[in-house]
Design a protein around this ligand. Structure first.
Ligand code: ADP
Length: 705
């Protein structure tokens, strides 16, 4: 077997040897020793000419690259290079021409069986007696196992990181399958069994997408069955892994459904596999199969253990993410339920409120009657606020609350809130002081929502402070922020509850003796509304009995924009003297009747209808100036009624939508259907009166049918 070629020998003859014969003998001996070292080396030691032709090839090279010396000597070295590294040889030869050594670089080479291996290579120039570079010697060491071990560790670390993310388990398993190629396998698939017993191939990973499609197609044509004696189904059933260090044709034949299937599986070129079950507490829910093919890697026992460990952790993630999904789902259903509940609770409030207005206008001044009316009035207001808060919280939770933002003067917001809380403050005999800057301070926000925030805080301060307490609201600009403080000298809050009171339904004192009414959602709403305005809220208290301070921080707007402040005035609008013809349409008879009665008190001529068809009939005969139309009507809904009336009577009458839904989208829909105004239930009677006054002023009431 040719191991060395004299022309490229690295050991030139020594001309100064003492005796010709003994020097020659020594030289021969030295060469033989050297040849023996080269021959027995585990590393591949190869020499080549400067144009890349292999000249010598030791046993180590035979072992590492698979070629016998007689087959490869005389061949170009490029035969050992994978297609993506052909350029590498040109660079190496250039370096050698310059007489430079190429030290320990790690690269890849191809064996005669097509397997790609990792090697560490050192290449040195070979010179002739005159010192001219005539070729190169190359020492290559197979480092595939070391590289694989590093890649495996990296893969397991990446897979653990993916599992820790706790996103949905399907995409996590798909990611893990993807990460395993080529670090741990050439092929990976994940099969999951659904609650109905059906098997789904959740992931197939390979470096070549066409091959992935091939396997997916194969899976469709030869689907797994629960009773399969081998493969993922058998692993799931037994709950034990299967490991094949070497796959031969006999093994493949056992997996194949028929000859065609066998041919297809053969074409995958599988060499080794491990298949591990995904075992939950209730049994196996799936299986992960790692396979090798072109890498030629044979799975060892520690690979099986690594795969089992990974499967174990994957199941924990799957169970956690299922739990999380269930929690999210029940949370979503709760939000939906709250939204529907609040919406339904609102409906009966409208007629009750209208009825008290009627009593206010018409009831005889009997003290007991007036007292009863005021009780109903107050309780309805309280109930309306609770229901509104509930509705708002559920809207925020569903991402459906929209802010109508504009530049608002802080003083407007504070005044609105203070006015609204006055009755409660008076009832408790508290002293309320307000300290706000005299210059205009502006914030970008929804005026009524910001007032709602302050009102909730003031309301709490009044509720959670014993009779005759003091409450102080102060606001000022601090740097880029507007800081609003609501402080009381009331019952205080224990330190461990200072953060928790912002959680939904959280109340410090749930005892039955508790006299202060509430649902425990006010502060949740406040915190979320403040966050929607880009602000923060915190609570301070030195503990029970020491009072509480809430601090709201909102982004401020530069004072130069003061001119843009919008001041709102919600004064009472005078009732038109002539009166209009108004048609009130609502399927809730009480609602329609009570609103009608209120409007009649304002000199308007009013009729009612309780469904869409009746509304159209009444419109045609009564020719109202204004229709106040509920949207959710039987027979024809409010949108449809509006559209038909617009089609028949043009711009007149004025159409007012009356609905439980007040989102931007709802407003857009009602305006598209032809409505002029959109009011949410229970409707604000002052606002309705203002609309009627506007109609009366812009066109005198019509003469009637
Ligand atoms: P509610 O007042 O309806 O119970 P909130 O969400 O407004 O609900 O408040 C949650 C809890 O925070 C209250 O039940 C009360 O225990 C506590 N809390 C709120 N404001 C104050 C305050 N100013 N002083 C003392 N405790 C307060």
């Amino acid at each position: 077997m040719p191991t060395h070629d004299d022309s490229s020998s690295p050991v030139p003859a020594d001309p100064s040897a003492p005796t010709q014969r003994s020097a020659e003998e020594e030289l021969v001996e030295a060469r033989m020793r050297l040849a023996a070292v080269v021959e027995t080396s585990d590393d591949a030691i190869v020499t080549k000419t400067l144009d890349g032709v292999i000249r010598t090839w030791n046993r180590g090279a035979e072992r590492i690259f698979g070629y016998r010396a007689e087959d490869i000597v005389g061949q170009p070295i490029q035969r050992l290079l994978p297609p993506d590294r052909i350029e590498e040889e040109t660079d190496i030869l250039n370096q050698l021409q310059r007489g430079e050594r190429v030290d320990h670089f790690e690269t890849r080479r191809v064996r005669n069986d097509g397997r790609v291996i990792d090697v560490s290579v050192t290449i040195s120039p070979l010179r002739d007696a005159s010192g001219r570079v005539v070729g190169a010697s190359k020492i290559a060491r197979d480092i595939t196992d070391r590289v694989r071990a590093v890649e495996k560790v990296r893969f397991l670390a990446d897979a653990s990181a993916a599992l820790a993310e706790l996103s949905d388990y399907e995409s996590t398993l798909q990611r893990i399958a993807g990460l395993s190629v080529p670090a741990f396998s050439d092929w990976c698939w994940v099969d999951m069994q659904g609650p109905d017993g059906a098997i789904r191939r959740l992931a197939v990973a390979h470096s070549n997408p066409e091959r992935v499609n091939f396997v997916r197609d194969l899976w469709r044509r030869f689907p797994a069955h629960e009773s399969d004696p081998r493969g993922p189904m058998a692993v799931m059933r037994a709950g034990r892994p299967v490991w094949a260090p070497e796959v031969n044709d006999e093994v493949l034949a056992r997996f194949a459904h028929d000859d065609e299937h066998l041919r297809a599986i053969r074409s995958l070129g599988l060499r080794s596999f491990v298949c591990v079950p995904l075992k939950s507490r209730t049994g196996a829910i799936g299986a992960v199969t790692f396979m090798t093919a072109e890498s030629g890697r044979a799975y060892q026992l520690d690979d099986l253990h690594a795969a089992e460990d990974l499967a174990h952790r994957a199941v924990i993630t799957i169970e956690n993410s299922r739990l999380l999904a269930e929690l999210k789902e029940s949370d979503r259903r709760k939000d939906e339920f709250l939204a529907v509940l609040a919406h339904e609770l609102r409906n009966p409030l409208a007629p009750i409120r209208n009825a008290t207005q009627v009593l206010r206008a018409k009831a005889p001044p009997i003290p007991e009657l007036l007292w009863a009316r005021d009780v109903i009035d107050r309780q309805v207001s309280q109930l309306t606020r609770l229901v509104d808060d509930l509705l708002d919280v559920s809207r925020i939770a569903q991402g459906k609350l929209e802010l109508r933002k504009q530049r608002v003067a802080l003083s407007t917001v504070v005044n609105d809130a203070v006015e609204a809380v006055r009755p409660l403050v008076a009832k408790w005999g508290h002293q309320l002081t307000v300290d706000i800057p005299s210059e205009t301070v502006l914030v970008e926000g929804d005026a009524s929502r910001l007032a709602q925030v302050l009102l909730n805080l003031l309301d709490n301060a009044a509720k959670y402070t014993d009779q005759g307490g003091s409450i102080r609201l102060s606001a000022k600009r601090e740097g880029d922020e507007v800081v609003i403080r609501v402080a009381d000298n009331g019952i205080g809050i224990p330190p461990d509850m200072l953060r928790r009171i912002f959680e939904m339904f959280m109340q410090v004192d749930r005892s039955l003796e508790r006299t202060r009414e509430g649902l425990g959602i006010g502060l949740t709403l406040v915190e979320r509304l403040v966050a929607l305005h880009g602000g923060t809220i915190s609570a301070n208290s030195a503990g029970p009995g020491t009072g509480t301070e809430f601090v709201v921080r909102l982004p401020a707007i530069g004072a130069d924009a003061a001119g843009a402040a919008v001041d709102r005035e919600l004064g009472d609008t005078p009732v038109p003297r002539g009166g209009l013809r108004v048609l009130v349409v609502d399927d809730n008879q009480d609602s329609a009747d009570s609103l009608a009665m209120l409007l009649r008190l304002g000199n308007h001529e009013v009729r009612t209808a309780n469904d869409g068809a009746a509304a159209l009939g009444a419109d045609a005969s009564f020719l109202p100036d204004v229709l106040v139309l509920d949207i959710g009507l039987p027979k024809l809904n409010g949108y449809e009624v509006a559209r038909r009336i617009r089609a028949q009577r043009g711009r007149r009458p004025v159409l007012v939508a009356m609905t439980g839904w007040g989102q931007q989208e709802d407003r857009r829909r009602s305006s598209d259907a032809g409505f002029d105004h959109h009011m949410t239930k229970p409707i604000d009677f002052h606002a309705l009166k203002a609309i009627l006054a506007g109609v009366a002023a812009s066109h005198p009431p019509s003469a009637g049918p």
